[in-house]
Design a protein around this ligand. Structure first.
Ligand SMILES: CC(C)(COP(=O)(O)OP(=O)(O)OC[C@H]1O[C@@H](n2cnc3c(N)ncnc32)[C@H](O)[C@@H]1OP(=O)(O)O)[C@@H](O)C(=O)NCCC(=O)NCCS
Length: 138
């Protein structure tokens, strides 16, 4: 739990700040309320915890709820390597993959490269989807 909170602050604080401002009490509370261990996988490399992945399997889609990698390990292709088998798994189930990303977050460009397109938006987020038939896997 301590690792996940530190990871959340290290990876998301800047984007949250630019979107709503960072309220530490609200963020801690929200983090604990939405903690869903049965859907989480801790990503490790060389025996060290380096990130987290959260997916939810629904009858009509697979939801990529969270992917975060420690800043010191970002931009080395790890995110791509983690997402690719999720897309393959969804493809084998003939399900689209959906996610939402803050508008200020450059992760959107990675998702676009992997075949996701924006299907709708709110004031703060883009909702993205990738159909199971997409050939492009990134
Ligand atoms: C999104 C994330 C999981 C991608 O993992 P990664 O291992 O860095 O990804 P890769 O090395 O495979 O791909 C890098 C791409 O991610 C995108 N990207 C995401 N966040 C980025 C950042 N902070 N800075 C630069 N590029 C970023 C870029 O498109 C980049 O491609 P580029 O090098 O051609 O510009 C990782 O950057 C991360 O943990 N970010 C913070 C948490 C987050 O935003 N999670 C997604 C919430 S929807």
């Amino acid at each position: 739990m301590a690792f996940l909170w530190e990871l959340h602050v290290a990876t998301m604080r800047g984007y949250v700040e630019r979107t709503w401002g960072w309220d530490e009490t609200f963020q801690r509370d929200h983090f604990h309320k939405t903690f869903s261990p049965e859907h989480l996988r801790i990503l490790t490399c060389g025996g060290r915890d380096i990130g987290v992945l959260e997916t939810h399997l629904h009858p009509d889609h697979l939801f990529l709820a969270r992917i975060s990698i420690l800043p010191s390990r970002q931009n080395r292709g790890i995110g791509t390597r983690i997402i690719r088998p999720i897309l393959q798994d969804a493809g084998e189930r003939n399900l689209p993959v959906r996610l939402q990303v803050l508008k200020v977050n450059p992760a959107r460009f990675l998702y676009e490269r992997m075949g996701f397109t924006t299907c709708s938006e709110t004031t703060t987020h883009f909702m993205m989807t990738r159909p199971p038939s997409s050939v492009k896997i990134g």
